[in-house]
Design a protein around this ligand. Structure first.
Ligand code: ZN
Length: 301
């Protein structure tokens, strides 16, 4: 699944190319979109803005029409100069938005719908996203408060599953999930009720820092969170630029212990962690009149 910063970059590139421009052509292979276009043509509208919300890409057209797309595993937006040859076959084209000098082509996009601002607000399909980590308004305090509020309602939820939940915080994907938990020294399987405010703040701060660092223009398509020893990181291999993600069975870059991996959550997403740097913190219910017992130990493999 594309990470939030991939969608962010795609939305930013679209904004730069077609933002503020008048639509000169619109094609789609999706009947539902075609019907809307027949009734309320796209041609002649202006692209007001393109924005990402977590993993959703929203293209706002004048006259209160919003094209909402989600890439899931397979979809992608491409930008071509008018007349330029596409990199993928026409049979995979789902949506084309043309302006005088650009064609924005959505290939293999599995989820694409038109909305008005009201229907978007009411839509249950397009989730109400949590605050976008990459937005200008996002603050560490606000993000940490969001995590804390969710934790109070879902005390048994595992932190790494929560980090992936776009309704809590929008933008983090599966790679960042493991990297952020490592950077904060938090075992990814810990229940929300065991996570301290300080740890939440650290995870949010690291999330924002990593994601901002990775949306710099020309940063390549991989994610970089580890930039320590240059002798071991000159490789462009993605896994050599990360702390734990994809490094199962290898030495932890910080302590030398063996990095572990386990499938986590109902979606069985791979979670990587160092059992030494991210010790298990379990918490037993405190019997009345006695102190809370905090048990420390490692999660077995
Ligand atoms: Zn370690």
């Amino acid at each position: 699944m594309p990470e939030g910063d991939t969608i962010y970059r795609a939305a930013r590139a679209l904004q730069k190319a077609i933002g503020g421009k008048v639509v000169t052509g619109f094609d789609t292979g999706l009947a539902k979109l075609a019907r809307v276009n027949d009734d309320a043509p796209l041609v002649g509208r202006t692209v007001e803005k393109v924005e990402s919300r977590g993993k959703w890409c929203l293209i706002f057209f004048s006259g209160d029409l919003i094209l909402v797309t989600h890439m899931l595993m397979s979809g992608s937006w491409h930008l071509y100069r008018t007349g330029e040859k596409w990199w993928m076959g026409r049979d995979r084209m789902r949506v084309v938005v043309r302006t005088a000098s650009w064609e924005a082509v959505g290939f293999n996009i599995p989820v694409a719908e038109f909305h008005t601002s009201r229907s978007l607000e009411r839509s249950s399909q397009v989730p109400k996203l949590g605050p976008d980590i990459l937005s200008d308004e996002f603050t560490v305090e606000g993000g940490a408060a969001r995590l804390a509020a969710y934790g109070r309602e879902n005390p048994d939820a595992e932190i790494a599953v929560v980090l992936l939940n776009q309704r809590v915080l929008a933008g983090l994907g599966n790679v960042y999930k493991s990297e952020v938990a490592f950077a904060a020294g938090v075992n990814p399987f810990r229940a929300m009720r065991t996570i301290t405010s300080r740890e939440m703040e650290t995870m949010v701060e690291v999330s924002q820092r990593y994601m901002k660092a990775n949306v710099v223009d020309g940063a390549g398509d991989g994610i970089v969170t580890y930039s320590g020893n240059r002798r071991t990181t000159h490789s462009s291999n993605r896994e050599e630029r990360l702390w734990v993600y994809g490094r199962q069975g290898q030495e932890c870059r910080r302590c030398g212990a063996t990095v572990m991996m386990r499938k986590q959550g109902v979606q069985a997403r791979s979670t990587y962690w160092c059992p030494e740097c991210q010790p298990w913190v379990g918490e037993l219910p405190a019997p009345i009149g006695r102190a809370t017992v905090v048990r420390r130990g490692k999660i077995g493999c």
